[in-house]
Write a new protein. Sequence first.
Length: 344
Amino acid sequence: MLVLGIETSCDETGIALYDTERGLLSHTLYSQVAMHREYGGVVPELASRDHIRRVLPLITQALAAANCELRQVDAIAYTQGPGLAGALLVGASISAAMSFALNIPALGIHHLEGHLLSPLLSTPAPVFPFIALLVSGGHTQLMQVDAVGHYRLLGETVDDAAGEAFDKTAKLLGLGYPGGAALSQLARQGRPGQFKLPRPMINSGDLNFSFSGLKTAVLTLLNKQAIDDQIRADIALAFQDAVVEVLTGKSLAALTQSGLKQLVVAGGVGANEQLRRNLSRKASAQGTTVFYPELEFCTDNGAMIAFAGAMRLQAMPESARQPARGFNVRARWNLEMLETPKPD
Ligand code: KG4
Ligand code: ZN
């Protein structure tokens, strides 16, 4: 079965074609980052309008790259939530229209389910069950992934996401948006131990995170002294040390608590070299394998939505595979409320 995936939940338009026999055939992506940079963050209305401009040309491109025609598509999978309502509506409405016109089902996919299953698109792929650390601009969560549709939230941020904290701190340090990569670049010049920032919630006894206090701590440091390039780099390193130590500590605790031996790191912050080094070193010391899927599958993309759709389609009874009769989106949507697919 051939599934067309459509991701429009935030600032990336992602399209993909996934075949249940042949695997991922193609995927195309347009990132709006350059457009939003001017405003220092994602502007929802601009995001929706840009998705409208990109989505059909990207579908045409993805079909051409896969050497397929639209009429060969057996089902559409689109991100139904969570995300920006207007942006989600673009993918949902196009999917509903195509589903109706082609007389094929349209499946609304939970964006985080896409992220959680995306490591299975990479090689080597983890096998169920595994722990996933999702760290992006929008999410910071530790999940146990037992099977398709079986996800357990172990812990999450109580305020800012890790990537959001990187971006806000980067802004305080005078770096552009999104600033995570630039901050980690700057941290390379930092002198270890020059400043020490708190490790929020490291001893909270649960697997939750809190990152909003760190940017305030950085602001206090910045206001306390004359700032030159070296001090900025020292502060960047101190901030990164704190985030990496907390993410590593909680991930290892999740592995210990669950008794599982595989950790998958997904999301843009997973690109952070210090996080990778630290996690790999500490995890291998306790006999755990850490998987870092290719960045193109870690950050928002259409492939993960097509893949999650294909998994769900296969698990669906034939009778449920009906074309759309309408559409709705879920800007807020708890992953644990997801229905588990039930095979025939
Ligand atoms: O997964 P992603 O593309 O999803 C979102 O759209 O949220 O993640 C983007 C986030 C941004 O906050 C960015 O600053 C952060 O990932 N990021 C990094 C690095 N590269 C990207 N954070 C820390 N270190 C990096 N090297
Ligand atoms: Zn995402």
